[in-house]
Each structure stands twice: as C-alpha cells, then as structure tokens.
Design a protein around this ligand. Structure first.
Ligand code: NAP
Length: 296
C-alpha cells in the first residue's frame, strides 16, 4: 500500500486485536460458568459462493478466541423453504447463540424470507427488521458489524463525532443506513448520499467526517475533501488483482487529517466486532434461560 501525505493512518488491526483479547476473556468466563462455549452457526448455500473465503475467516477468528463455530451447508440448489427450515432448526438449537447467513444469496432465494426467518436474538449481524428498527429508534439491538466497525473505528481512535458534519456515501440496509443512524446516535449531523445524489462533491466538500460505502473504486479523491476531514473507507473492490477501497488513498491522505486504509482499516474491526455480538447474544440467552427457569 502506498503512503499518502499528512493524514494519520488509522489501522484497524491493533484495535481489532484489543477487541479479540477482551472477547477471549469473556468467552473463557462464559465457558467456565455455563459449561459450554458460545456457539455460532454460519449458513452457507453452495460451497463455491464468493463469500465463502470471508466466512472461513470468521470461523478461524472464532476458533482463536474459543467460540464454537461451524458451517451449516446446504446444496447450491437448495430451495428457499429448505433454507428457511434449516434456519428455524438453528433458532431452536440451544447450543447455537448466533446465526449468520452467507450473502449474497442465490438468486432463487428471497432475501426477505431469510431475514425474517432468523431469530432476532440470534441475529448477530443485525439484518432482521427488529434489530434495524431498534437501531432506528436509538435502542440497543444487534448492529450490522460493518456499519458498527465504521463508527467504532472513529470512537476508538479518539475522533470527535458529536457536533461534526458527517456524510455517508451509500444507503444500503447493511452498511450505509446503519452507519448513518450510528453517527446520528453519536450526535453528528448526518447527510446520506447515494447514486442519485445530485451533487456528491458539494456534500463531501462540507463534511468533517466522510464514510464511504459505495463499492466504487476511486469515487472520492483528495480534491473533493475539506482539509482536515476524517475519512472512513468501507469499500472493498478488486482492481487489477489488488484490493482497494472507494477512496483514492494517496490524494485523500494529503488533505485529510485521518484516514482508514483498505485493506487493514474497517475490515479487521468488522470481524472482531462480530465476535463481541456473538458473546453478547450468548450471555443474553443464558440470562433469558435463567429468567424463564425461575418464572417457569
Ligand atoms: P450496496 O448494497 O451495493 O450499496 C452501495 C450503495 O452505494 C448504494 O446505496 C448506492 O446507491 C451507493 N452508490 C453506488 N455508486 C455510487 C456513486 N457513484 N455515488 C454515490 N453513491 C453510490 O453495497 P454495500 O453492501 O452497502 O457495500 C458497500 C461497500 O462496502 C462495498 O464495496 C462492499 O464490498 C463493502 N463492504 C465492506 C465490508 C467490510 O467489512 N469492510 C463489509 C461489507 C461490505 P443506490 O442506493 O442509489 O443504488
């Protein structure tokens, strides 16, 4: 990765390592107290799906901190009903605390059916409408891990968010919108831009914080930024066999005060935060079981 100008380079790796150390301690306490490790099920439909490599990374990350994680594999030709039925089995499995489903889904399976099937209490990547609604209302639900990472990397780097003008580029349900709501919760003034935004450059030029999640390499350059802006690049794109973000790093680093690189910025934090969500789900399940046992 080429170096840019004056900007502080915000590395996600060291922050992720700190998070994983804390998770490993929580997992050890949980396992000693409850008599089983926290459990994650990763539903994959077809082994050759492009996201399998990413999901294998999650499994390895779980193993390192003592979480019991496994693939639940369905054939690439599996029907929507079969996928939904498998998710419901996992919802009912007491050893499973969190469920994530490989995305994107095969075209024959409707996203909404899968999302609706996941128990919101096991929805550790925050895709169920209940968790999206909790975030919208400012309550604590499960957050989509990438959006969480995009804002957590700012918080853990000591970047002031309250009172700043933030522009989020991208309005997807899993990244852009939840990142915007999280920034709002942190008291930023937030503008959400998308592919139909009339004058993207004008919005970006006013922003103290720019979160870019468009999937469009080189969308943001240094010339577009307000001097001293903080840039969080969420984009992941393959260009000429190289992983790059949505921001032209070198020109942006010459103008910004801080910037996250790709790779090595938001990505590592995303995986680490997903582990914290899983542990929280496990702790909540045990607490809920205790209450139902007492009441019952
Ligand atoms: P998505 O569903 O394709 O959404 C992209 C968003 O960007 C849409 O809202 C789209 O606008 C907007 N957009 C596209 N081109 C634009 C342009 N030229 N100007 C302004 N807005 C534009 O993608 P996603 O799932 O949100 O992911 C966004 C990026 O984050 C991708 O590169 C993805 O690979 C990456 N990602 C990273 C991680 C990580 O851990 N770092 C995790 C997940 C995703 P419309 O709504 O108008 O179409």
């Amino acid at each position: 990765m080429a170096e840019g100008g004056a900007a502080r380079r915000i590395e996600g790796g060291p922050i992720a390592a700190e998070i994983r150390t804390a998770v490993a301690e929580d997992v050890a306490t949980f396992t000693a107290t409850v008599g089983r490790p926290p459990g994650l099920a990763v539903v994959i439909i077809g082994r050759d799906a492009p996201s399998t490599v990413y999901l294998e990374q999650i499994l390895r990350g779980c193993a390192k901190v003592g979480i019991e994680a496994r693939f639940v594999e369905l054939e690439g030709e599996a029907t929507e009903a079969a996928v939904v039925a498998r998710i419901r089995e996992l919802n009912a499995d007491p050893a499973v605390d969190g469920v994530i489903v490989q995305m994107p889904l095969p075209p024959t399976i409707r996203l909404r059916s899968v999302i609706d099937a996941i128990d919101p209490d096991k929805d550790i990547d925050g895709i169920h409408p209940l968790n999206a609604g909790l975030l919208r209302l400012g309550y604590d639900g499960f957050l989509p891990a990438t959006a969480h990472a995009a804002v957590e990397i700012l918080r853990r780097s000591g970047i002031e968010i309250a009172g700043r003008d933030a522009v989020v580029i991208g309005r997807s349900a899993v990244v852009g919108m939840p990142a915007a709501f999280l920034l709002l919760k942190e008291d930023a003034t937030v503008t959400v831009c998308h592919s139909r935004t009339g004058d993207l450059a004008a919005h970006v030029a006013r922003a103290d914080i720019v979160v870019v999640a468009a999937g469009h390499p080189g969308l943001i350059s240094g010339a577009m930024l307000k001097p001293g802006a903080v840039v969080v690049d969420v984009g992941i794109n393959m260009v000429d066999g190289r992983l790059v973000g949505d921001v032209d790093f070198d020109s942006a680093a010459g103008v910004a005060s801080a910037i996250t690189p790709v790779p090595g910025g938001v990505g590592p934090l995303t995986n680490a935060l997903l582990l914290t969500h899983l542990v929280r789900a496990a702790q909540r399940h045990v607490a809920a079981d205790r209450i139902s046992t007492t009441v019952g």
